[in-house]
Each structure stands twice: as structure tokens, then as C-alpha cells.
Design a protein. Structure first.
Lengths: 401, 401
């Protein structure tokens, strides 16, 4: 169950069309010297105009004070309780590189590390070796063979890689090998449940072979494995909401996440303009579109205030392309805030708006964190955004007689 | 348990008096051309004056984005979690016509439909035949006798009626007969649990006899039954809150609902003026009064913006009659919004205010959706309104040492 008890019976399929734009890392925090946030300093004439005709508010991604990763941040926007439903780190990392992960695979986030002659860890990240150096090492690891399972190693970036364990009856209930302490030994993998004992043996066999093939190196001569996880079974979003939902995202991780919750992932290009082209081309084929805008988050993560302002202005310029399609409901939201002054995801409530035929008489002066505070929707849990969205689209019946 | 864990021990009986006016369908939405809501366009001098001396806010009836029926909308106002406690459609329909429903009866919402020579449904509502035509048909159905249970049929309006099944050991765990598809056969009743098998037989026997007595007719020659339900066992409100609560409502359904949660229902007349007379007359007898105002909802449901403005103004004129009684706490709230531009119940947060001796120094400029957004109570779950109310009346002790 997602969204609401009995949502399958309350939601109705109608011809109305919903576009939900997720501006990753949308919200920010006022700069200590400027006294204004990125959204407040950016020139956003199109978003401001939309806000004047929209029901506005702010979403809390998980709980007040909790900064979410991209997984929980997105799951909540689609109505999945982020405390109940979880996509593990290994799986998310695999999805992020378009890895050929299958149901039943156990994925781990791996990284090269350096061990001394006693096997102790002077450097948990192997000097953050660049991709050029780690790529051939990943190929070496990928050639490892262990009994009763296939092991696949795929490079991510720099010192990071993904390990996939593939075989019958594998379990992700095994412990991580990174003790998170320099000078300690890497930990062996341990089964956390009886059904994981065979997977423990497989993972430790892989680690043993990895130590052997990397043995002659001075640095990056061992690996650490974290976040063992399988693709979780999540209730399909389309079934819950009686929708035919589609995802358009240039970044693999967001496509992967959408796939996991049962959205149709429409192939697209490498940037938001490509995504908009894809949306236009396929607009007749679905009643719900999730479209993802990444640059605001990337700039925020870099701690680059001006770049985030610019990323928001670039988004604003493209808003008319969404309006041209004339969706019945246009939602603009974010999965979490990424304040430039923090250079990371944050817990701050995220500005949002819903425009529909029901909201033309209301609105707020501009689309900013501060202005959205006085929007009619107030501050609410992101998990309820889909309910608001479906209701505005006339796709949700009354609860109870 | 309703309201709060251990509420029976926290709540204390005191002489202070509470009046809770529920203005049905109170809130609305800004008209797309006027840019203002019904409350904003209405002249409400008395409510505005009260709002200046009240703790104001907005209630969310169930969850953001969920439009409630009258049942969940009211239950929440009285502190009952509307996802946990539920009054079925058949029961609510029976209460709405003051039907003599008893504990243990199974009530269904019935309607006449038309079947063709193959038993298929060309018209699920029998051309919405008027009451004049359905009344004698209801009498025919009421005369049906089946083994081991009494069957009672009471007209509601037009093509709708209520069926009561009365007897020992009946269960409401039986399925509906309306497939909600034109051209299909009506469904037989099926037991949804082993204890409902006998009730299944009784309901199907009634349907069989109904088909026989209506057989010669061209239209309205069959019936559909939905929402089988019994009066639920709800914790009595008076016991939970240490109150002696009374309900004054001109419309039967609201009286019935109040009765189900253990309020004393005081007989009254046919409109709000009658209700106010009743309130004055019995003001000494109870410490909590629920009084219901219907016309705002009715006008909203009709999609008549001007009529809703008028209904609100008529309510406003009568506010001094409530003030004259000088209740220690006066609550003005709504069970849900009924925006005229939607002509239906909606999910929008509902304006509310609480006036007590503690709120004379605060307040907001006027009683509207927008102004209540900046009221001191903020936007909160309707389920917590009773806690606020009791606290303002000095009837709720501190929780924990």
C-alpha cells in the first residue's frame, strides 16, 4: 500500500494529464551575506508567473530535520513512505551507472582501499585514485571467478565501483566490510540471517581473490564492500494510482528508480532539453509524466551559489515548453533542498506548486522558499504530494460516505 | 481510544461550556475570475470580529489531498481517527432518513435499476425515477418476506432506498451487487467471511423476491444493493473526554452520526434558527454542544457560488445568538471544504477558530481561508481539534510529569 489505504479503489483513470517536474535539490538557504537564497536571487519570471496561478506550499521530504538521499527523496514524491520503503545503497549505485542489475542480484557499493603488510588500513579510499587508474583494476576484479555465483564488477568513478553477485538464492542480509576506521582491518562479510550463509561464503571468496589479484600493488591493493542490497519489491505506482506513468530522466539513477516503482522509462538524451523533446514526442502516450532536472542539485552539491542561481534560471527559461503541452496538472517540486552554503542535501522544506484549473484564482507572488510558506497548501509531508496531485487532476474519489 | 492515549485520565469534567459549530462545507477555493473565495467575497462582520479574538487555523480533515465524505469529516472533528473508525454507506444512508436502524441490523443503500430480458443492465439508476414513482415500489419491496430475517425497505429519494436486514447473527461482510458497469448483470451477494454465509442467503433471497415483484415493469424492474454495513462500535465520546455532549442538528444524518458516538441528540426543528432555539433552551444541561449548519455545503454542492456566499452571510447574521449564550469556548469549524467551483466536497484545509478567555489578545484580520493560514494554530489534523478545544476549556490536564 502506498499513499492511502485503499488507494486502488479511490483512484480513477481519466484522460487528464499530469506532468510532475522534479527539480533536484530545488530549495536552498539564504546566503549569510546576501540574506537571500538562490531562488530569491535568481530571475525566474516564468516560475513566478506560474506561482501566481498555483496552489503553493512546501514539502517535508521525510521528517523535519532529516536530510534525505535521492532514493527516499524521490520515493516520497511518488507517495512511498520513505521510512517503510527503501532502496539500498548498492542497488542505487548500480542503477546510477545503468548496470545490468536483475531481480535477485545482490549489489554492493565497492571501493578500492590500501592495506599495509599487516592487512591494516592506512587509507580507506586508496588515495582516491582516478578512473584512469581504477578502470583496469575493475577489469581485473571482473575476471574473478568464485564457486556457485557469478561476480560482476563495474567501474563507477575514481576509486568507486559496483559489485553484482548473481545466482540462485542469494541474500543481501550480509554485513559490510568497511569498519570506517583507519588503521583497522577490513572486516570479513558475515551472514546476518541463516538464509545468507551461502552468500557470506561467496562474498568472502570474492574478497579473498580480490586480495590476491591486487596483492602486488602499493596502493589500491584491496577493496571494501558496503550497502549489500537487492532490488526491493515495491508496489507498482501505476496500479496504486490507476495511472500509466512514465519517467523521463537524463541521469541513469533516476531512470532506475522509476523503473523499480514500475514506471515506463522513456529513453531520452543527455540533458533537460532532450528530456523536453522526449516529453513532447510521447505526450499522448501516458497520463502521468515524471521529468527530472538535475543541474540545480549538482551546483548546490558543489557549493557554488552562483552556479545554482544560474541552473535555476536555465530551468525557468524552459518552463514555457512545459506550458505549451498544456497538461491538466503541472506540479513543480523537489526531492530535497541542496543549499549551496552547505554543499549537500538538506532537511529544509522544499518549495512546490500545483497548477490546475482549480488554482487559477489563487497563488503567491513569487516562487521562493519564503513565498511558498504562505501558499495555500501549507507545509506538508512529501508523501502526500501524489494525493494532492491526483485530486487536482480529478483522479481521486471521495473517501467514505 | 480516541484523541490521545489515556485521554480518559487526562480529561477532567469542569463547569465550563463548549459550543462547537460545524459549518458544513465551510471552506472554498478562489473563483478563477474573481480571484477570491466565497468566504472572501461574503460580508461576514460577526465572524470577522470573532476571528480577531480567536486562535485561528486550518484543519486537514483526513490527509492532504483526500476529500472526505460527511462521515469521516465529522468523525475527525470529534477526535476519531477517520482511517481507523468508519461508518458504512448503508448505515449513514439509514441515519440520513431517520430509519429505525438498531444495533445488529445490516443496512444497505439500495437503488432501482432497469434490466433487459437477459437480465443485463441498460440503466443502473432506472432513469432516476422520481420519489412519486419509487414510493409505491418501496412499499412493494417492504412487503417481501424471507426466511430467518426481517427485511425493511424505506424510501430515500428518487430511485434510492434503504434496506435493513434484521435478525440474529447477521453479518455485513457481504459483497455489493452493483458491478458499476452498464450492460453487465447485477452481481449476486457473496459472503466475504464464513460468518456471513447465512446473511448471503438472506440477501440473495430478498433480491430474488425483488426481481419477482418488479418483474412486470419496463423500467425500475430490479434493484442494486451497496454499502452493507452495521452500526460500528465506536468508543463513546463523552466517556473519552469526560463530557456530557449533546448534538443539535436539523438534518437526520448528523443526528444519527452523533448518536452513534454516544452524544445525546436533542430534538430540534428544520433549520438553523430552530437549532439555535434548541441550544438556548438546553444550554444549562450539557457541557459540550455540537450544532450543525448545512446550507453552506448544500450551496457548494450545487456549484452555486453566490448561494454559498449568501449561506455564509446568513450564518454570520446568527453568530450573535451563539455569543449571547457566552460559552467559555466557541469553536467554529467545518467537516470539509465544498468549493462552489468544484460542486463537491474537497480536500482543501478548512478554516477554523477557537475563542476562549485565552484568545482575546490574539486573532487574525478576517475569517477566510487565506487569513486562517496565518492563524496561531497553523494547519493541523482535524483529529486534534477536540484536544485544542478541551485545553482551551480547561478540561485537559498536562501530559506526563
Amino acid at each position: 500500500m502506498i499513499g492511502f489505504p485503499g488507494i486502488e479503489d479511490l483512484s480513477v483513470s481519466t484522460p487528464s494529464k499530469i506532468v510532475m517536474l522534479v527539480a533536484d535539490g530545488l530549495g536552498g538557504v539564504a546566503h549569510p551575506e546576501k540574506g537571500r537564497s538562490e531562488m530569491e536571487l535568481a530571475s525566474l519570471p516564468n516560475l513566478d508567473r506560474l506561482a501566481k496561478q498555483s496552489a503553493c506550499g512546501r514539502t517535508i521530504p521525510v521528517l523535519p530535520g532529516i536530510a534525505p538521499g535521492s532514493g527516499p527523496g524521490h520515493l516520497a514524491l511518488f507517495g512511498y513512505d520513505p521510512l517503510k520503503y527503501f532502496i539500498g545503497r548498492g542497488v542505487l549505485e548500480a542503477l546510477g551507472i545503468d548496470a545490468p542489475i536483475r531481480d535477485g542480484d545482490v549489489a554492493a557499493r565497492g571501493n578500492f582501499c590500501t592495506v599495509d603488510e599487516h592487512g591494516l588500513l592506512p587509507d580507506r579510499r586508496a588515495g582516491r585514485i582516478p578512473s584512469a587508474e581504477s578502470m583496469p583494476l575493475c577489469q581485473l576484479l571482473d575476471s574473478i571467478e568464485v564457486d556457485t555465483a557469478e561476480t560482476i564488477v563495474l567501474p563507477v568513478q575514481d576509486y568507486r565501483f559496483v559489485l553484482l553477485l548473481r545466482g540462485e538464492g542469494l541474500s543481501d542480509r550480509i554485513s559490510e566490510t568497511d569498519s570506517e576506521r583507519t588503521g583497522a582491518l577490513p572486516l570479513p562479510v558475515s551472514a546476518l540471517a541463516p538464509e545468507a550463509e551461502r552468500t557470506e561464503v561467496i562474498a568472502n571468496a570474492f574478497l579473498q581473490r580480490a586480495a590476491e589479484v591486487l596483492h602486488d600493488r602499493d596502493i589500491a591493493n584491496m577493496v571494501l564492500l558496503r550497502g549489500f542490497s537487492k532490488i526491493p519489491e515495491l508496489p507498482p505506482m501505476g496500479k496504486a494510482y490507476n495511472l500509466n506513468p512514465a519517467a523521463i530522466a537524463a541521469y541513469p539513477m533516476y531512470r532506475g528508480l522509476a523503473h523499480v516503482i514500475g514506471m515506463k522509462v522513456i529513453p531520452t538524451g543527455h540533458n533537460f532539453d532532450d528530456e523536453l523533446d522526449t516529453l513532447s514526442k510521447h505526450f499522448d502516450e501516458h497520463d502521468f509524466f515524471y521529468i527530472h532536472y538535475k543541474p540545480a542539485d549538482a551546483a548546490g552539491e558543489d557549493g557554488d551559489f552562483e552556479a545554482k542561481v544560474h541552473a535555476l534560471e536555465e530551468l525557468d527559461k524552459r518552463i514555457p515548453r512545459l506550458e505549451e503541452l498544456n497538461p491538466d496538472v503541472l506540479v513543480i517540486a523537489g526531492d530535497h533542498a541542496t543549499p549551496s552554503i552547505m554543499a549537500s542535501h538538506s532537511w529544509h522544506p522544499v518549495p512546490m506548486m500545483i497548477r490546475s484549473s482549480l488554482t487559477r484564482g489563487e497563488g503567491i507572488g513569487e516562487f521562493t522558499e519564503r513565498a511558498c510558506l504562505s501558499g495555500s497548501l501549507g507545509t506538508f509531508s512529501a508523501e502526500h504530494l501524489m494525493l494532492q496531485t491526483l485530486s487536482h487532476a480529478g483522479k481521486l474519489s471521495k473517501y467514505g460516505p
